[in-house]
Design a protein around this ligand. Structure first.
Ligand SMILES: *[C@@H]1O[C@H](CO)[C@@H](O)[C@H](O)[C@H]1NC(C)=O
Ligand SMILES: *[C@@H]1O[C@H](CO)[C@@H](O)[C@H](O)[C@H]1NC(C)=O
Ligand SMILES: *[C@@H]1O[C@H](CO)[C@@H](O)[C@H](O)[C@H]1NC(C)=O
Length: 319
């Protein structure tokens, strides 16, 4: 019924419009043909001189990450999916750096990537340790040669860099921070310019110190006192944050190299958005934002030409 009513009405309407157009001499235009909508600028082709195709190398860790349920081979190694998702979520791709592949191949790959991640895990000796040390030295060399090449060391990565930089394989102390969410306490008057926290919104930054938005899962660490007493450590890194374990023992939780784009975190930025296997992982909206901000910072950092490091005059200040 409605259909029959509409058709004559539409015919009448279109006749009227046509007559109107004829009488005024103004042709009828479709909306896209009028200037009613502002002209949309054309998108220029990407500048071929700019490389917005970041690729990040992630070093694999011995084992299968599943206590042998997936692979028992002695030479097996793995990268937890969360690290890959973390990198990809910020618009980069991943090349796995297999820790026990021939060194020439591993270093060839290192020349193809724009930055490296050392993951969490347990291996603190043997080939894995040697490979971490050799990649770390290579990262410094690249940066010294003017290639801005960032490194993010997470959890075990933090601990290994602490050992490598201090040249002391027994420097770590015991802490009780397994499967525990924590806050981050910023060092008094610390300048976060040029650090992983630089682009955090002020509200989120504040919440980091009052709410448990980061995931800890470690039994080793280093106290701020020991860190500052160790000349090699405090002349290389500045401490940005500390956290407390289950016994309220304080450990260093975030450090930034004074002169290099090298960041080490004892916490797990990749877990909040992407891992569900431990009960302590925070998954609140703010916790997920922490994952996102760290990923964006790390992936974009390698491309940030104007990155300027804050070189402290007093390199080993008392906290
Ligand atoms: C690895 O060895 C363990 C213990 O023998 C066994 O339970 C598991 O099924 C093995 N995994 C694979 C993938 O074969
Ligand atoms: C591990 O051992 C297996 C079997 O010998 C071999 O096929 C594989 O290539 C080895 N993987 C690495 C990374 O060395
Ligand atoms: C951060 O550092 C840059 C480069 O040195 C400087 O231009 C900027 O003003 C600094 N921002 C703050 C908030 O200190």
């Amino acid at each position: 019924m409605m259909n029959y009513l509409w058709i004559p009405m539409l015919i009448a309407l279109s006749k009227e419009l046509a007559a109107n157009a004829q009488s005024t001499g103004v042709p009828l235009l479709l909306p896209s043909e009028t200037h009613f909508y502002p002209k949309v600028p054309r998108c220029p082709a990407p500048d071929p001189n700019l490389n917005f195709r970041p690729v990040i190398g992630i070093l694999s860790h011995p084992g299968d990450g599943a206590s042998g349920r997936l692979n028992n081979a002695t030479n097996a190694s793995y990268i937890a999916a969360s690290y890959v998702k973390f990198v990809e979520s910020a618009g980069a791709r991943v090349i796995p750096l297999i820790y026990n592949e021939p060194s020439e191949i591993l270093h060839e790959k290192l020349d193809l990537v724009n930055g490296v991640i050392f993951t969490g895990g347990w291996a603190k000796s043997g080939l894995y340790f040697e490979v971490v040390e050799s990649i770390f030295k290579n990262v410094l060399k690249k940066n010294d040669a003017g290639d801005h090449f960032p490194l993010l060391a997470i959890c075990l990565g933090f601990e290994l860099l602490t050992m490598v930089v201090s040249k002391d394989n027994n420097i770590l102390e015991g802490f009780s921070a397994a499967d525990q969410a924590s806050t981050l306490q910023f060092v008094n008057n610390v300048n976060i310019n040029g650090t992983v926290f630089q682009r955090f919104p002020p509200v989120l930054l504040k919440k980091l110190s009052t709410e448990c938005l980061v995931m800890q899962n470690h039994r080793y660490g280093i106290s701020p006192e020991k860190f500052q007493k160790t000349e090699r450590l405090c002349s290389f890194f500045k401490i940005l944050t500390t956290s407390a374990d289950e016994d309220d023992k304080v450990y260093v939780s975030t450090v930034q190299a004074h002169k290099y784009p090298v960041t080490a975190v004892q916490w797990h930025p990749e877990k909040n958005a992407f891992e569900w296997g431990l009960s302590g992982i925070p998954h609140s909206e703010e916790a997920v934002q922490v994952t996102q901000h760290v990923a964006n910072f790390f992936v974009r950092r390698g491309f940030d030409e104007v990155y300027i490091f804050d070189i402290l005059k007093n390199r080993c200040p008392k906290l």
